[in-house]
Write a protein that binds this ligand. Structure first.
Ligand SMILES: Cc1cc2nc3c(=O)[nH]c(=O)nc-3n(C[C@H](O)[C@H](O)[C@H](O)COP(=O)(O)OP(=O)(O)OC[C@H]3O[C@@H](n4cnc5c(N)ncnc54)[C@H](O)[C@@H]3O)c2cc1C
Length: 403
């Protein structure tokens, strides 16, 4: 009889290689390291500060677990920006295709959505995590929850705070996979950075990545538009342009297109103290076309109605125009067309780091060899979001952690 919803069989435990590994942090990066090490015959012990594994991974699954991306590998690799060179060898070995095969091996089929993003068919992370933990159990990995890593003692042993007081542990190799600095309530509190800095490991401060931004909206705009999407727009910051949609929030802007441009906008704001986002509210029309349409007789129509009838602009786009465009410009078709194609939003600041989908900053590449081993601390490796790389949303973050 065929069983439905059955978990795949537990794998056979490989022959031990006589070596021990300690993995600290049971997020996707740590769990994947544990799987690979156990598969190579290491006796693996996982330590996790929280009472359960993969809390951020589960949170990522709440709005649809976008585990990787289906675009061609060469384009995929460009998403890692300045860190591409360091991640590329690993992504070439364990990239989108391998991630999908790995999911299938855990009994979780995936599909490529219309945007190219790859999701498990059930969209959620929990079936995948359940099957993964079962596989790790089969491989002989032991997980100690509520074991919070607090650094090393003078003998080089790892110190853990537990509900029964402090304990120490040692292994042939140590994997630190402690996550970034956002969504602290899910376990990744970023406090490891102080420990590593004190141990002489250079870390760059955390910066919000894939984040929203605050804008000083008027009360009128908040009342009218908070929560509304702005669809089919192009956002430009410096030399980067992104087409997509975002959401007007009470405090500013958020959503996929904003996240996609957030690293550039954040860095502009950090470097100059000012951040400006230019919106093209009619990206499919030329400025001449927009001007001609706006110049049509308005009759008794309000400007809002005129914008809707001539350009198809909805109430939110119209409210944004009114919010940032002086009245004299609103009455001049040529100037208004320029404003609609180049609407400048002044950013006050990024949203607080704890709200960001991910963080840049962390252990610098110069501290790591090509296998993510700390050069100053041989035998200790740093993996996943705690390393200073960033990537946009689209499955690139998890792909970077899993590789
Ligand atoms: C709302 C949200 C949605 C997201 N959606 C997606 C998505 O769809 N696709 C995508 O690619 N990415 C997504 N991400 C990002 C992705 O979840 C993270 O990049 C990824 O989980 C990082 O993996 P990690 O293993 O490096 O760290 P984490 O997942 O943060 O795991 C680190 C683990 O270490 C533990 N830990 C930390 N400090 C200690 C300590 N001192 N002692 C012991 N344990 C410790 C933590 O409790 C945690 O379990 C999303 C993130 C958020 C917040």
């Amino acid at each position: 009889m065929t069983q439905t919803n059955a978990l795949p069989a537990k794998p056979a435990k490989p022959a031990p290689n006589g070596k021990t590994a300690m993995v600290i942090g049971a997020g996707p990066a740590g769990l994947m390291a544990a799987e690979r090490l156990a598969g190579d015959g290491y006796t693996v012990t996982i330590y996790e500060g929280m009472p359960s594994a993969g809390r951020k991974f589960l949170m990522a699954g709440k709005s649809g677990l976008n585990i990787t991306h289906g675009e061609d590998l060469e384009t995929f690799l460009t998403r890692y920006g300045a860190s591409r060179e360091r991640l590329e060898p690993h992504l070439r070995k364990f990239g989108p295709d391998q991630i999908r095969q790995w999911c299938a091996g855990l009994g979780v089929e995936t599909f490529v959505g219309s945007s190219g993003r790859v999701f498990p068919t059930a969209m959620k992370a929990s079936p995948l995590l359940r099957a993964w933990l079962r596989r790790l159990d089969g491989l002989g990995c032991v997980i100690h929850y509520r074991h919070y890593w607090a650094g090393w003692n003078d003998a080089g042993q790892a110190i853990f705070k537990t509900t029964d007081g402090e304990i120490t542990a040692q292994a042939d190799i140590t994997i630190l996979a402690l996550g970034g600095g956002s969504w602290k309530r899910l376990g990744s509190d970023g406090k490891w950075m102080d420990i590593l800095v004190a141990a002489g490991i250079k870390c760059n401060p955390f910066k919000p990545a894939n984040c929203g931004f605050d804008i000083d909206w008027t009360d009128h705009l908040i009342d009218k538009c908070a929560g509304s999407p702005v669809k089919a727009v192009t956002l430009t910051c410096g030399t980067q342009s992104v087409r997509g949609e975002f959401v007007v929030s009470k405090t500013g802007i958020e959503g996929s297109a904003v996240y996609a441009i957030s690293a550039t906008l954040r860095d502009q704001w950090l470097e100059t103290g000012v951040g400006t986002l230019i919106l093209d509210l009619c990206p499919d029309r030329t400025i001449e076309d927009v001007t001609t349409r706006l110049a049509k007789p308005r009759g008794k129509n309000s400007l809002g109605n005129h914008l809707r009838k001539t350009l198809g602009l909805d109430a939110t786009k119209t409210a944004l125009i009114f919010e940032v465009t002086p009245r004299d410009i609103q009455n001049d078709p040529a100037k208004l067309a320029t404003a609609i194609k180049n609407l400048a939003l002044k950013i006050k600041k990024p949203r607080p780091i704890d709200e960001a989908i991910s963080t840049a900053g962390g252990v610098t590449w110069e501290e790591l060899d090509e296998n993510f081993q700390l050069i100053k601390r041989p035998g200790t490796y740093c993996l996943g979001e705690m390393v200073d790389w960033e990537a946009p949303t689209g499955g690139y973050l998890l792909s970077g952690c899993l590789c």
